[in-house]
Design a protein around this ligand. Structure first.
Ligand code: XMP
Length: 326
């Protein structure tokens, strides 16, 4: 019968059979899939797994800590952290075109991961136990999607942080290949992963880099992180996390409007709320959030986030809009 505990046991056996006493690495993105895949493999082979987290600086508030602290505490996994925030900021400097941003982030991610990997491989080779396995959090829908025709695949160049260069000489370990998202969440909970990781809503690999409309810099990231944290906290407090598929919070960095606050005129940026309801992200409708929740989010963001003087709501379905703005 299907229970998370059964799947866990079965996968642990399978991983042990595949990997033996070999060594493996696994990229962590902050998302559910890579975290559960890594935790499963860690359960199966312990210290023979090294997890790699490339901090690109484009995550939301608290997310790097969820990986660096909470994931490690919950699993006991060995983690290699590459702090690459500077690399990404430099590479993105002045870039405004959405596709160019995506390509740069994808390219730099691969370079950063390869650098981390080189360091780990060198150390492993010195110890006489080379790394032969690469763990990936591929789910059943990913398998189906890449086998079938991908009609919409070229609308935006999707990039999975944690998804990796193809020229690597590894054998893949993909313990989630037969599972759907809700099953992955159940297995993650069974493994003791915190709810913040297991219940996380979808978040794009390029992160906040494609939620700043305009060039990316540290000041803008900081501002967007604050606004996003407020919006997420209020959505959670209202008990609507499950009803809403995801709620991108977007900074219109190149737009300013006049406002009035305290004793004076302001000239600040708008923040866009993009709550959507969806089954699979292929189509979506804008979520009819309660007005009082929207009011609370708006009041808090304009009061608490310097430089923002307006909050607007995106009421476009997909199609014609996409879920993300870039
Ligand atoms: P769009 O904007 O195309 O988004 O309607 C559909 C879903 O995909 C997520 N998304 C991404 N996920 N890497 C990802 O892993 C990406 O590059 C990426 N771009 C968009 C988006 O958040 C939504 O859930």
């Amino acid at each position: 019968s299907w229970t998370a505990a059964n799947i866990l046991d079965e996968q642990v056996e399978k991983i042990r059979a595949q990997v033996g006493d070999g060594r493996a690495i696994c990229g962590l993105s902050g998302g559910v899939d890579s975290a559960v895949a890594a935790a499963l493999v860690q359960r199966a082979i312990g210290d023979k797994l090294t997890c790699v987290f490339v901090n690109h600086g484009l995550l939301r508030e608290g997310e790097a800590e969820q990986v660096e602290t909470d994931f490690v505490a919950a699993t006991g996994a060995k983690l290699y952290v590459a702090d690459e925030r500077e690399r990404f900021l430099t590479a993105l400097d002045g870039v405004t075109d959405p596709e160019t941003k995506r390509k740069i982030i994808g390219r730099e991610f691969i370079r950063a991961f390869e650098a981390a990997e080189t360091a780990i491989l060198a150390e492993a080779a010195d110890s006489g136990q080379p790394v032969k396995f690469l763990v990936q959090g591929t789910l059943y829908p990913d398998v189906v999607e890449s086998g079938g025709g991908e009609g919409a695949a070229n609308i935006k160049s999707h990039h999975n942080v944690g998804g990796l260069p193809e020229d690597l000489d590894f054998e893949l370990v993909e313990p989630l290949r037969a599972l759907f998202k809700d099953e992955v969440r159940a297995v993650g909970a069974q493994l003791g992963l915190p709810a913040e990781i297991v219940m996380r809503q979808p978040f794009p690999g390029p992160g906040l880099g494609i939620r700043i409309i305009g060039a990316v810099n540290e000041e803008r990231l900081e501002l967007l992180r604050k606004a996003d944290a407020i919006a997420r906290a209020e959505l959670t407090a209202a008990g609507l996390d499950e009803e809403v598929w995801q709620m991108p919070v977007v900074l219109l960095a190149d737009v300013r409007s006049v406002g009035v606050q305290g004793d004076g005129r302001t000239y600040g940026h708008p923040i866009v709320l993009r709550p959507v309801s969806s089954e699979d992200a292929m189509t979506a409708d804008w979520s009819r959030l309660p007005y009082d929740l929207l009011a609370r989010i708006s009041n808090r963001i304009t009061n608490e986030v310097d430089g923002v003087n307006r909050v607007v709501l995106d009421v476009t379905s997909k199609p014609p809009g996409t879920i993300e703005w870039e």
